[in-house]
Ligand binder design. Structure first.
Ligand SMILES: Cc1ncc(C[n+]2csc(CCOP(=O)(O)OP(=O)(O)O)c2C)c(N)n1
Length: 541
């Protein structure tokens, strides 16, 4: 066994089960030994796709995933996906062989590159420390939710290596407790609030039951950031996503709250509509297991350091023990009616479609009714993105996969592959703009090869519409394109393809649902006369 093979096998033994990548000379042996040890490896057609597949797989499965790339150019190709993962704190190991001589054509400074995208970085240049470094890498990914670029200088990878046999057990991840003082503070705020709203982010994805209990006790309404969409599905007090994707009703109710508690939620510009969704008089509390996250994006009145699930249970306990009875709070009968009527799925609208183009809302509603559940919907970036994020019904916290921390277009298709592999029992939907679809199109071959029963819907308006609408009145030559026949392209990749201009054109999709032998691409020619309602809040830094 050489060091490369030892690394591949050891990552499997340390609990990494699913890998993605593009194999070249530097990572061939490592990837081979990972698979031979029992790991599942998906060969992507572009490292950008592989990185995002790994990111989405990890988000949707809760496991540490592996990304395996070729030295230098393999890593640079993967960089956008790695940046997205690092910003989202996705537990991910990037096995990145590295050329050592600066005169090598493959040489780049991989350590600096990792730092530049806020990823964690480790270098395994001493084979004697291989076990220690591999354990450290997996532990950082798992316990600290880091995206770790593991630099592997290629001059040591060929060296013979003794199999170390059993590897050390990784400690299980502890849920951090909040202090007594913080819990009492939080309990006090909740006890006195009349119109509390909880906004729950990625850090609260596993705390549905505990947060529902606490919200019931304190009379709080519930909302999530986009990465936790669906968490409170079917609860009558659920307002859906907070931020740009809020319905007018949800936005109104959030802005009238007297207390907002952010649970594992960054409260970034998108979740708060650049802060405007939170009124200046509202008390803002934030609970997070990472100190640096508290108050990072906006001023808060109280920051509570602790795990979301554990804090929700503990503060509920404080309320009960303190004799604070459950209260109505914001959960009034009139509010329940307003919420029910104000959901996107029941809101009336004037249809923009005609015989040549379909309204993106109508398209999404039709597909929502037509595509079976359970589903996982993955969304690319662009003007269209609010429609699939809000007009599809999200039944639970795993029904939307949203890789948009870096707001990069082109990640949607690969996201859908990673999410679909994490949930093979679900119908998988990729919602893309024509711009994002063109950018990530190589992975259509991966969809076909893996025989994923995926519905890829392209909101095709032959433009980068986000830019067209944002720069209204400007010369749009550089952001308008010729029509592309994505249905024909899909057929070339071995998938089904259908062009859609009216709801009636969706008939072949019904037949596909009955017999989904391969994936289907819906090239939907969408009406683009109006900007999406959320677009004006999307831009910013
Ligand atoms: C990698 C990357 N390049 C450029 C942009 C700027 N950008 C944001 S939205 C957008 C247009 C996306 O077009 P499309 O996918 O067709 O969706 P649409 O806006 O038309 O709905 C562009 C170019 C970006 N976000 N990411």
């Amino acid at each position: 066994m050489n060091l490369a093979e030892f690394i591949g096998a050891s990552l499997y033994r340390l609990g990494v089960r699913q890998g993605f990548g593009v194999v070249g000379s530097g990572n061939f042996q490592l990837t081979r030994s990972f698979a031979d040890a029992g790991g599942t490896f998906v060969a992507a057609r572009h490292e950008g796709g592989a990185a995002t597949m790994a990111d989405a797989y990890s988000r949707m499965s809760g496991e540490v995933a592996l990304l395996s790339v070729h030295q230098g150019c393999g890593l640079t190709n993967a960089l956008t996906g790695i940046a997205e993962a690092a910003k989202s704190r996705t537990p991910l190991i990037v096995a990145a062989p590295a050329a050592v001589n600066t005169w090598s054509n493959f040489y780049i400074d991989q350590h600096q590159l990792a730092l530049s995208v806020q990823a964690s970085t480790l270098t395994l240049d001493d084979p004697r420390r291989a076990v220690e470094i591999l354990v450290e890498a997996v532990d950082r990914a798992k316990a600290q939710r880091q995206t770790v670029i593991l630099n592997l200088p290629i001059d040591v990878l060929d060296a013979p290596h003794q199999d170390a046999g059993r590897l050390p057990e990784l400690p299980s991840v502890e849920r951090s407790a909040s202090t007594e003082a913080d819990l009492h503070n939080l309990a006090q705020e909740l006890a006195t609030a009349e119109k509390p709203v909880f906004i729950v982010g990625r850090g609260g994805r596993d705390a549905r039951t505990e947060l529902l209990e606490l919200a019931r006790h304190t009379g709080a309404l519930l909302a999530t950031s986009a990465v936790a969409a669906g968490l409170f599905a079917e609860d009558p007090w659920d307002l859906g996503i907070s931020g740009g994707f809020s319905s007018p009703t949800a936005a109104q109710l959030i802005s009238e709250a007297d207390l907002i508690v952010a649970w594992g939620c960054a409260l970034n510009m998108w979740t708060t509509r650049h802060g405007k969704l939170i009124s200046p008089d509202t008390r803002v509390l934030q609970v997070d297991d990472t100190h640096e996250a508290l108050g990072a994006h906006r001023d808060i009145h109280v920051g509570v350091h602790g795990d979301v699930q554990r804090t929700a249970v503990d503060v509920h306990d404080v309320l009960v023990k303190g004799g604070i009875a459950p209260k109505t709070g914001y959960r009034r009968k009139d509010i329940a009616e307003v919420i029910a009527k104000g959901r996107f799925t029941s809101m009336p609208y004037e249809d923009w479609g005609d015989s040549t183009t379909i309204d993106p809302r109508t398209l999404t509603r039709e597909l929502d009714a037509l595509l079976p559940r359970p589903r996982v919907v993955s969304v690319d970036s662009g003007n269209f993105m609010g429609y699939p994020s809000t007009y599809f019904t999200h039944d639970d916290v795993n029904s939307l996969c949203f890789t948009q921390a870096f707001q990069s277009i082109g990640l949607g298709l690969a996201t859908a592959i990673g999410a679909g592999l994490a949930h093979r029992d679900r119908w998988c939907v990729a919602a893309l703009g024509d711009g994002g679809a063109a950018m990530g199109i190589a992975e259509l071959e991966t969809v076909a090869r893996l025989e994923l029963p995926m519905c890829i819907v392209i909101y095709n308006d032959c433009a980068y519409s986000a830019e067209v609408h944002h720069f209204d009145g400007a010369n749009h030559d550089q952001v308008i394109f010729d029509d592309v026949d994505f249905a024909a392209i899909a057929r070339g990749f071995g998938l089904q393809g259908v062009s859609v201009r009216t709801p009636a054109d969706l008939e072949p999709v019904k037949q596909w649902v009955a017999n989904p032998t391969t994936g289907i691409v819906i090239d939907a020619k969408v009406a683009s006369s109006h900007p999406a309602w959320w677009l004006s809040q999307a831009f910013g830094h």
